[in-house]
Design a protein around this ligand. Sequence first.
Ligand code: FAD
Length: 467
Amino acid sequence: MAIRQRSTDVLIIGGGMAGLCAAVRALEQGVKVLLIEKGTRFGGSMALSNGTIWSFMDAAVLKRHVPEGNPTLQEMLVDQLPDAFEWLTQLGVQLEPEFAFLSYGRARRSEPAQMTALLLNKIALMGGEAIHEVAMQELKLSDGEVTGVLAFDSKGPLEINASSVIIATGGFQGNPDLIARYITSTPDLLYLRSNPWSTGDGLLAASAAGAAITPLLNTFYGHAMSAPPARFNRLEFQAMSHKYGQLAVALNMAGERFADESSGTGEELLNSYIARQSGCKAVYVFDATVGEKAIEGSPLPSVVIDRAKKAGACVIQASSLEELTQKMVAWGLPANTALRTLRAYNEAIALGKHAELNPTRNGNHYPVVDSPFTAVLVQASITFTCGGIFTDLDMRVLRRSSSISSLALVTADVSELQTQPIANLFAAGSDVGGFSGHGYVGGLSQALVTGLRAGEEAAKSVKSIDK
Ligand SMILES: Cc1cc2nc3c(=O)[nH]c(=O)nc-3n(C[C@H](O)[C@H](O)[C@H](O)COP(=O)(O)OP(=O)(O)OC[C@H]3O[C@@H](n4cnc5c(N)ncnc54)[C@H](O)[C@@H]3O)c2cc1C
């Protein structure tokens, strides 16, 4: 039986933040657009998100907080975000006024359900088509150029021919094989705090077509969440996230500190260290004072703990550190080591010797001294991966055989550098590597800016073929 065929000008793979924005932007250029979405709904992880579209206030601040990554891509993100906000509001996406985000960024809050519905509506009104439960499996190539994809839906294989293809599948966090290779030897213990469909299809297909892959494949964004037996669903990912971890003391299952809890742009860096601890687990310990400390944009630690208790999480409260650590034995921690660690931490903080701790504690010098004390068992999660497909500033996917290693970037003469795109192939959103690493630049802003850029450039490339 012949494989079913379809054709379009611009084909977009993935109906999350990046894919939906790319589709509308490409339609604005007057080309024919088809978007395919693997899941049973549109919106990807964006639909589960807080909707806070943020990034750094300028490129210099970004560079200070996220020194790794591709500086030109990072600068583009910061430079183009104000215009991208303007584009969204012109479309009718409801955005709250801009506000300062923590000490380093700027943000506007959206309502993900409204944004998803509006973008889908625009695609339909502008003559585009978006279909779900259709998954891209591989890219079709002719003479090294991308000519479309092989996709599958409930009826079987479907060949879609396209002048340009944009990959926006949201990262590889849902692929245990890739997670075991790059992130943790126990991928099944890492909570998937994401849509369930981002299984690296974009990365694998692009790589098979010859795409270059960025460094930092071992870095990812996520937050520690209440460990089992806590029970919660995907709409409670936010409520079960213990984002205050940077204020607490984090112990591993051996009762020892394993990281500077205060490091990074937020709790996501601590979460990534937990992913490398036994069982992907840790215990966050804090006192009554920290329990009432507000972190911008997040509920008080005491509020998170109340929610966690209701979900059946492992939470201990006690009037002394001795009692608290004794109770931790039920979770498998050695009480003596845990108590010794907490006392050593308190002593160092009291004496101002936080730099002598191992690991050090560079910020948030909060002791654990005010009763009652709280301990909660948390487990690392992954929301999206930060390494991915190598692109240029127009979101063209670069060819591996004519790219350079990141080390060469430091050592090579500029005249030696050469990159070559794979014809007709673009990428956007979390599939693109080079923005975040051990620090985080904002997932929605990355998807918005790269989605717009990819949509525009993919449409321009169609028009240049038409001429
Ligand atoms: C609980 C939670 C809270 C968050 N809060 C924020 C926040 O406040 N601010 C912020 O900046 N970021 C936040 N994020 C992160 C943000 O949602 C992501 O960074 C953003 O959605 C990435 O956009 P994307 O388009 O790359 O991926 P997604 O939005 O995840 O979309 C990818 C889409 O591709 C589809 N897909 C995958 N494979 C295929 C295939 N083979 N064929 C077709 N389709 C495919 C997927 O089904 C999915 O719909 C949050 C995420 C979560 C889960």
